[in-house]
Structure formats: C-alpha cells, structure tokens
Design a protein around this ligand. Structure first.
Ligand SMILES: Cc1cc2nc3c(=O)[nH]c(=O)nc-3n(C[C@H](O)[C@H](O)[C@H](O)COP(=O)(O)O)c2cc1C
Ligand code: SF4
Length: 436
C-alpha cells in the first residue's frame, strides 16, 4: 500500500466535520506554524520539501512563495485555484468534498507564511455544492478560533472567503482567475508583471492549486526534509491522480510519486487494468492539455526504461516520445477508442473555452475543430491532416496564455503517434469521391 498523506483519513466517518478532523490530528500544522515558527521558517520548510505546484506546471511552491514582494506596503493575498475545469481532472473536487478542512488548514498555514491577512478560494461555478461544504468548514474554523482575529491567541489574524466563478475553463489560468475575482471578465493578463509582484488588486499575490495548499499540512507536520524523502528525485511527495476512461476502477488515487505507470494502470490497488479484458491503446496522462501517448510509450520510455509517475519520467523524450504529469488527469483509452473522435471532443472544448484575445488561439482552435469535424464525419481529405498539424504549430508559443498550447499539444502528438487513423478517416472521403 502506498503512503497516504492527504487521503489518509478519507474513509473516517464524519471527517468532513471540524470535530472529527481535529480528533484525527487536524489543524496541528496551524498550531505548530503559528506558535513555534516564523513565517519565513514555514516557507523554508516548503522549499526543503521540494513540493511542486499540483495545478499543472509543476513550479516549485516554496520558490514561488519566496518571490512575493515583501518590501511592498500593499496587502498580500493567497488565492487558492479551485477552478479545476481541465477535462479528465477531478481530484481537487474529491479532496474538497471529502476532507474540506485539510484545504482550510493549508490555507491558514500558507497565508501565515506569506503574511496574507485576507485569502480567497476561487472555485469553479459548477461546484456549488462544494462551495457550501467549504463555507460550513470555514464557519467551523472561525467558531473554533482558527480563523478571524488573533488566531489561537497569537498576533496573526486571517479572513478567508470562498468565491464561485461562473464556470469558464480560462478562469483557471491564474491571471484570468485574478481578473474574475476582481469582478471583471476572466481574460488572461500579459506577464510580467507576475502575480507575486502585482496580482489581486495589483497587490503581491500567490496563486496555488488546492492540492498544493493541502500538501503544506503534512509538510509542516513532518518537516520538509522528511517529506522530500518520499518520491523520486525532484518529484517529491504524493500526488492525487484522477483516473478515468476504459479502466476497471476509475476514481481518485493518492500515489507516491515514482510509482511505475504500469503498476498504476494494472494493479488492483489502483486502476485495476483495462475493462472488458481489452487492450490498452493510448493514455492522456495529465489532463486534456498534454500530448497523448500510445500504450507502448506510456509504459516504457523511448530508452526502454519503465515509465514512472514523476514529472521527469513522464516528460522523458520531450514531446517526441514523452508527455507531462500536468494536473494528474489520467485518461485511459482501450483498443476500440477512436483517436480522431477523442481529439475532436478536445478541440471542441478548447474552441469553446478560448477567451478570444489572441487570433492564433481564437481562430486556430476553431479551424482545428472544423478540420477534425470533417475527418470525424467522413468529409475530410488527406491534405487536412497536414493542415491540422500546421495550425497547431502556428498556435503554439504565439499566444498570451498557455490555453493555445494546451489546445495544440494533443493535436500534434495524436497525429504523430496515430497518423494512420487520420489517414483512414480521410480515406472515407476519397472513397465517397470514387463512388460518385
Ligand atoms: C487554461 C488554463 C487553465 C488552468 N486551470 C487550472 C485549474 O483549474 N486549477 C489550477 O490549479 N491551475 C490551473 N491552471 C494553472 C494556473 O494558471 C496556475 O499555474 C496554478 O494555479 C498555480 O498553482 P500551483 O503552482 O499550485 O500549481 C490553468 C492554466 C491554464 C493555462
Ligand atoms: S491563448 Fe486563447 S485563451 Fe489564452 S489569452 Fe489567448 S485567446 Fe485567450
């Protein structure tokens, strides 16, 4: 059994309540931090832990915290990114729904480290039932002296708010999220300045994912050094993976980073293998915005080594033969799945969710959707395949925010690894012309 740090008490009856959570040792990181540590010591422990942001990019959390402008006279903010709209990713929802106090506890300890007096949880609009769960947990934390004025009798005071978005994928991008939180349309901002310098209301701000903030709890409890011993190399700690698709046991799993991909997919402890005894065809490893890999490449790197569930191993081979851990949305496709159809579904999503500020993204995602629609419905031509790749290339790296890249990467990789399927889809059109 792998070690559990975030989901350890998930099956404990009543763990959603303050009372049970506290009985299981909850809020001890707040006590330890506020009573025995200086704010910078907390940041130091997070640095030592090697924790990398769990929202997708994997940027070291402690380093991000240390960029916050402490010389500024302005207030500082911690904003939790609970927008979670990436197709195939549902781990934050699970954590907030099942064990909401771990997020509240992480928010308090992290806000203390950053010197934030007001913090926000920005949550996707579709998660209204979780808004209520979090609001109840926050109420309980206030009632028990963990939020509000002079927490636990110390000098530190914090107010925490939950803010639901209207349900747009782009509001998960950190600067779009901040715009939305300020009451504006959620359009990404140009960077720099980064949020650490000018974020919410132009004040120093850290935006972190739900899981990143929750992970601060075990880090402070066990110490950064101890946490860094879990995992492999620069992929330390545990990671929540949302597993879906053609597997026997879809769900959210907490794994120790470094677990072999093969074990994750086929062992009974995790996904339990491919359903209906079929063969595995492909995997989207990190949510819909990462390159898709065929079965052989997800299990083994191009060098022939077993692929591990780490940031480095999944990326081994670059985009030619590798992918990314991303947000940990693991979508498994069996031998009967159509790559063209799946890609069309992704393309529709990105076109719909583009905010429209940059023409390569606004127009390009639409063109990709149209071409894939043609191929999917037997109207596509062989030339369409190269046009599709060309459009993806022209979007990549040419936009304000990474949504453009996120739309392009799956397309380029799908054609690279499954070109034959695209050609077969185009043959339907050629055949129709011959018959006519
Ligand atoms: C289009 C788009 C959507 C995103 N959606 C999310 C999201 O739902 N949740 C999240 O934590 N990060 C999301 N991100 C990444 C955030 O911009 C940011 O990197 C992250 O919240 C930082 O937290 P971390 O350092 O803890 O990973 C998204 C990025 C892009 C480009
Ligand atoms: S890349 Fe797309 S979503 Fe991002 S700012 Fe440009 S148009 Fe908007």
């Amino acid at each position: 059994m792998g070690r559990k740090l975030l989901l350890e008490h998930i099956n404990e009856p009543g763990i959603q309540t303050f009372e049970v959570y506290r009985k299981k040792g909850g809020y001890s990181s707040v006590e330890k931090a506020l009573k025995t540590m200086k704010p910078d010591d907390v940041t130091e422990e997070v640095k030592k832990s090697g924790l990398r942001g769990r929202g997708g990019a994997g940027f070291p959390a402690g380093m991000k915290w240390s960029f916050i402008d402490k010389k500024s006279e302005k207030p500082r903010y911690l904003v939790c990114n609970a927008d979670e709209s990436e197709p195939g990713t549902f781990k934050d929802r699970y954590l907030m729904e099942k064990i909401p106090h771990i997020l509240i506890e992480g928010m308090i300890t992290s806000s203390y480290a950053l010197g934030a007096k007001t913090s926000y949880i920005y949550i996707r609009g579709e998660y209204m039932y979780i808004v209520r769960i979090l609001e109840k947990a926050i109420e309980e934390a206030y009632a028990n002296g963990f939020l509000g004025k002079n927490i636990l009798g110390t000098d530190y005071s914090l107010d925490l708010y939950v803010h639901p978005g209207a349900g747009a994928y782009i509001c998960g991008e950190e600067t779009a999220l901040l715009e939305s939180l300020e009451g504006k349309r959620g359009n990404p901002r140009l960077k720099p300045p980064f949020p650490a310098i000018a974020g919410l209301y132009a004040c120093p701000t850290v935006v972190n994912n739900v899981e990143t903030i929750a992970a601060v709890v075990p880090i402070i409890n066990m110490g950064g050094d101890e946490y860094s011993k879990i995992g492999v190399g620069k992929s330390t700690g545990t990671k929540l993976i949302s597993a879906s698709g053609h597997i026997n046991k879809p769900g959210v799993y907490e794994i120790e980073l470094g677990l072999p991909v093969e074990e994750f997919i086929f062992s009974e402890e995790y996904c339990g293998g491919i359903w209906k005894d079929r063969r595995m065809k492909a995997v989207v490893a990190g949510g819909s915005s990462v390159p898709i890999l065929p079965a052989n490449l997800i299990l083994t790197t191009a060098k022939g080594e077993p692929r591990l569930m780490t940031y480095e191993s999944l990326a081994d081979g670059g985009f030619a033969t590798g992918t990314m851990l991303g947000s940990g949305g693991f979508i498994v496709l069996d031998e009967t799945a159509s790559i063209v159809e799946n890609l069309y579904t992704f393309a529709r999503f990105y076109h719909h969710e583009s905010c429209g500020q940059c023409s390569p993204c606004r127009e390009g995602t639409g063109w990709m959707e149209k071409i894939l629609h043609r191929l999917q419905n037997g109207h596509g031509k062989k030339e369409d395949i190269d046009i599709l790749v060309d459009v993806a290339k022209k979007i990549e790296g040419n936009t304000i925010c990474p949504l453009g890249d996120a739309a392009a990467w799956p397309v380029a990789s799908a054609v690279r690894h499954f070109r034959k399927e695209f050609e077969e889809a185009a043959l339907v059109h050629a055949h129709k012309e011959l018959v006519a």
